[in-house]
Design a binder for this molecule. Structure first.
Ligand SMILES: [Zn+2]
Length: 127
């Protein structure tokens, strides 16, 4: 029986393998690339790998729904879970498209995707 960890590792490796395939296809089409062209291809792959791994780790961290919900940073009241929403967050490895649990304060009419400051993810008002 395959462990959850093995299954996840295989899925991530399959995605990275796809990127390697693209790189090898690119190499076949470019018989004499310049160093700058090679750098551009490699930097793009590096960015995609970094974004994918960061996306994976951020989503995993947000997968556990905190009970009780987080406390509103404005009024201190417990925030209500409103389901998960797609969100793009900025990061040092580039923008990350992730799904996060969204929490809303009825009193302040503001929401956030926790954990916030701990992972450097800012608040993203939806409306
Ligand atoms: Zn509030």
């Amino acid at each position: 029986m395959e462990s959850e960890r093995e299954r996840i590792k295989k899925a991530l490796l399959a995605e990275i393998e796809g990127m390697m395939e693209e790189m090898l296809e690119w190499e076949e089409k470019h018989s004499a690339p310049t160093l700058v062209e090679i750098e551009e291809v490699v930097l793009k792959i590096r960015q995609r790998v970094g974004q994918r791994l960061a996306q994976f780790l951020v989503e995993r961290q947000g997968a556990a729904r905190p009970v009780p919900g987080p406390v509103c940073p404005h009024c201190g009241k417990e925030m209500r879970y409103k389901g998960s929403s797609p969100v793009t967050v900025g990061s040092r490895v580039g923008p990350l498209d992730i799904r996060r649990g969204y929490y809303y304060c009825e009193r302040c009419h503001s929401g956030l995707f926790p954990p916030g400051p701990a992972t450097g993810i800012e608040e993203f008002p939806l409306e």
